[in-house]
Design a protein around this ligand. Structure first.
Ligand code: MN
Length: 258
């Protein structure tokens, strides 16, 4: 199996090394990852500027391609230019920090997997919640266990799955929950620093709270100590609202130079 391994924390991040070690026996792993931290890059790509790509070696061994772009750039570049044949599986992570709820929109880890899914590749994003031991070796084994189960359950071309591991402790994870993504907004805050001349600097605080969710979602299940599995898709169309807008009488647009 041809596997593309990506992340948003940089090609030398420990989470990526742990995921590689956990899946290497599954096939041929190609690493294409940003050469600098790109967390919260979301789905952004590099326009109007060239992307540098260099072969990275670790302990004398070819490790992968370091790319001066975003996670989504890495996936595009890997599929269009760097790999001899498209990957059959894309794995992103392991990200330090959960990617649940609306963080899914900001996450470079999930964005990399979503880009893979868009290009027709079965893609899985892996993240590890903070608050426990950041034991990437253990997390890697858990990711592999989840991946084996996902492959057994069926993971088709173009399908995207978001996996989050709870903060690790002796009695966690408590199990697996397949749950929808939470969509309640985050309550964030900023540190404000007044500057000379009347301007101010704002620094987003790393601590935040998810808003209350309408049903059990990835946010609560993860906080409860479960591994969360959420199938995602690119189609953001609100199909329930399509008929109302389609039923509206739109008429003809006005002339541009009227
Ligand atoms: Mn990250």
């Amino acid at each position: 199996m041809r596997i593309l391994l990506v992340n948003d924390d940089g090609i030398l991040a420990p989470g990526l090394a742990a995921l590689r070690a956990a899946v290497e026996d599954l096939g041929e792993v190609t690493v294409v990852a940003p050469d600098s931290p790109q967390s919260a890059a979301g789905r952004s790509i590099t326009l109007h500027a060239p992307i540098a790509c260099q072969r990275v070696h670790v302990d004398g061994r070819f490790w992968g391609y370091g790319v001066s772009g975003r996670p989504a750039d890495c996936v595009k570049l890997a599929v269009r230019e760097l790999m001899e044949a498209p990957p059959q599986l894309l794995l992103a992570g392991i990200n330090p920090g959960a990617n649940t709820g609306v963080n899914v929109f900001y996450s470079g880890t999930v964005a990399a997997a979503a880009e893979g899914a868009l290009l027709g590749i079965a893609s899985v994003a892996f993240s590890l919640d903070r608050g426990g031991e950041m034991d990437f070796h253990r997390a890697g084994r858990l990711c592999r266990w989840v991946l084996d189960a996902l492959l057994a359950a069926g993971l088709a071309e173009g399908e995207l799955v978001n996996v989050n591991l709870p903060a690790l402790s002796a009695d966690r994870p408590r199990g697996v929950k397949v749950v929808p993504q939470g969509t309640a907004a985050i309550t964030e805050s900023y540190r404000r620093e007044e500057q000379a001349g009347g301007s101010a600097l704002f620094q987003l605080n790393e601590q935040y709270e998810h808003g209350p969710q309408e049903q059990e979602t990835d946010v609560e299940a993860l906080a409860g100590g479960f591994i969360t599995i959420t199938p995602l898709k690119s189609d953001m169309t609100d199909r329930a609202r399509l008929p109302r807008l389609q039923g509206h009488t739109w008429g003809l647009p006005p002339e541009g130079n009227g």
